[in-house]
Design a protein around this ligand. Structure first.
Ligand SMILES: [Cu+2]
Length: 113
């Protein structure tokens, strides 16, 4: 009798935990896809750190990442991407969501009203 209750408990635990275990896996797969994808952003240069190959941008919402508008730092793949960029410039940029930072691999000045 005790064994049977144990087996029923195991079956119940399995039935409950399986769907829960499947959830994070599909989220991880989705997240990996997002990280590899390229995303487009528009924003304004807040500051440029040429020595560290970093740029702070006040960007508009980026729907493909689910981001609202904010100011944040980005690393760039090449220091030369930052050449000619200065505070206040309007820019269009392309980024990937990587660890530990979002990485900008293309950035160009744009004209905005
Ligand atoms: Cu952001």
């Amino acid at each position: 009798m005790k064994n049977r209750i144990g087996i029923i408990a195991l079956l119940l635990a399995g039935a409950v935990s399986l769907p829960l275990a499947a959830q994070p896996m599909s989220d991880m797969a989705k997240q990996k896809k997002t990280e590899q994808a390229s995303h487009q952003g528009i924003g304004k240069v807040v500051s440029v750190d040429h020595a560290k190959s970093r740029i702070k941008l006040a960007h508009e919402p980026i729907k493909s990442l689910g981001w609202s508008a904010m100011s944040m730092d980005f690393s760039v793949t090449k220091a030369s991407l930052l050449d000619g960029l200065k505070e206040g410039d309007a820019v269009q940029f392309e980024l990937g969501k990587t660890k530990p930072d979002e990485l900008v691999w293309a950035i160009v000045k744009i004209k905005r009203n």
